[in-house]
Design a binder for this molecule. Structure first.
Ligand code: PLP
Length: 369
């Protein structure tokens, strides 16, 4: 039997009644676009993160794009981010004619190395966009301080993977000017299609995001600014609402399972595996449980043959991707390059069975001894 990489079926079975009731309720009222569940979800998520405003949008990518548009990012502007991320982080910058400035990451967390940000700032820098990779946020205090002393640059947290995690007692998505998350099905809080959300405490940014998500419309058929068709549909909001009731339990399960992996790697003394590092002032939601190894391809094949799926997040840094390689020399970010050759994600999720986790660890122990 193959272990599921992410087990969404068990999750659905556990909350089937609530999910089905929520879906049925939307089918009954029929307001598929901007129905009452949209506002209800925005209020619940704002409360959850402690942010003043939550604006749901069509995806995590759209959340990032709309945020940059709300900040008036234009051709020639520079946005500081990392190349060791999902492509959407840089894609939205380039779509607006701006330029991603790739700063290297920390070798143990994969998050942006905050000590390298300041030297990358120029007169064209318009924002800093750290990515909360694998579910753990970056050094947000340091990044916010750098932004403040460099002309109050806005900081956009790409929190697509970290909704539910905390930093110094505050929730991811509410740690900087703007936080953007994704409800892609495999994310810690996922819907059953595409969805995302923007969080901010800034009234004018929130207003701009709300307008941009509906074609720049301030009133019906009054298009004050350039926008996109970026709404999250009512059914997806209803599904996230049903999932929210189980979310605290899921976050604590993810953390227990993540910690158990780490403890087992230590107690079983498996040589050649570097387990994830979680900084003491923050928690991870383990969107991915990602280790570092040598000979990844061989190990992946051997695990796959044993019914243990794995994945690579991410095999190529963005500054080596054909569409982005002209933007930065790959040699400028050696840690990103090294990580992209060594990272491997293991099955993870709130419903991962203890027996499956033991099977994964025991097989890794055999393969590495
Ligand atoms: C770091 C990061 N940013 C942005 C996104 C884009 O989110 P979505 O797939 O919802 O558009 C993802 C999703 O995989 C992501 O992992």
């Amino acid at each position: 039997m193959t272990i599921p990489f992410i087990d969404l079926k068990t999750q659905y079975q556990a909350i089937k009644t609530q999910i089905n009731a929520r879906i049925n309720s939307v089918l009954e009222h029929g307001q598929y676009i901007m129905g009452p569940e949209v506002k209800e979800l925005e209020e619940r998520l704002a409360l959850y993160t402690g942010s003043k405003h939550c604006i749901t949008v069509a995806s995590g990518t759209e959340a990032l794009l709309i945020s940059l548009m709300a900040l008036d990012i234009s051709p020639g502007d520079e946005i500081i981010t990392t190349p060791f991320t999902f492509v959407a982080t840089a894609e939205v910058i380039v779509l607006l004619g701006a330029r991603p400035i790739f700063v290297d990451v920390e070798p143990d967390t994969g998050n942006i190395d905050s000590t390298k940000i300041e030297s990358a700032i120029t007169s064209r820098t318009k924002a800093i966009m750290p990515v909360s990779l694998y579910g753990q946020v970056s050094d947000m205090d340091e990044i916010n301080a750098i932004a403040a002393r460099n002309g109050n640059l806005p900081v956009i947290e790409d929190a697509a993977q970290s909704f539910g995690s905390s930093y110094k007692g505050k929730k991811s998505c509410n740690l900087s000017t703007i936080g953007c998350t994704s409800f892609f099905p495999s994310k810690p809080l996922g819907c059953y299609g595409d969805g995302g959300a923007i969080f901010t405490n800034d009234e004018s940014i929130a207003k701009a995001c709300r307008e941009i998500r509906v074609h720049g419309q301030s009133k019906r058929y009054v298009h004050t600014r350039l926008g996109v068709g970026g709404r999250m549909d009512t059914l997806q909001c209803a599904i996230v609402l049903a999932k929210l009731d189980r979310f605290d339990w899921e976050v604590s399960q993810r953390q227990l399972i993540g910690q158990r992996y780490i403890d087992l790697f230590v107690s079983k003394q498996i040589p050649g595996i570097i387990a994830p590092t979680i900084r003491s002032d923050r928690s991870s939601v383990y969107a991915q449980f990602t280790i570092q190894i040598q000979n990844r391809e061989l190990i992946q094949k051997q695990l796959n043959d044993l019914g243990i799926p794995t994945a690579v997040h991410y095999p190529v840094p963005l500054n080596e991707q054909p569409a982005y390689q002209h933007l930065c020399c790959p040699d400028c970010t050696p840690i990103s390059k090294q990580l992209s050759n060594q990272v491997m994600s293991l099955p993870m999720g709130p419903d991962l069975l203890r027996s499956d986790q033991d099977k994964i660890i025991d097989n890794l122990k055999v393969l590495f001894s």
